[in-house]
Write a protein that binds this ligand. Sequence first.
Ligand SMILES: [Zn+2]
Length: 68
Amino acid sequence: MWGYSAAKGEFILWCPNCKYKTEPFDNKNAVISFWSLMNRKGDEQVLSNWIKNFKKQFPNYDQQVEAA
Ligand SMILES: [Zn+2]
C-alpha cells in the first residue's frame, strides 16, 4: 500500500498489516529511506510492492526529477 498526492507533492507509505503510516515526505527517496530505517519486521514486501506500484503509475517519475 502506498500513497502519492500529485497536487501536494507528498509521498506517504503505509503498511496494510500493522497500519503503520509514515509522515508525508516531499520526495520518493526520502520516504523509502525512512521506511528502510524503521526496519519493520515483515514490511520488506510492503516496500517492494510500494516501489513496484509507483513505477507502474509514474513510469517517468525518475526521468522527470533528473530533468528538473
Ligand atoms: Zn507492518
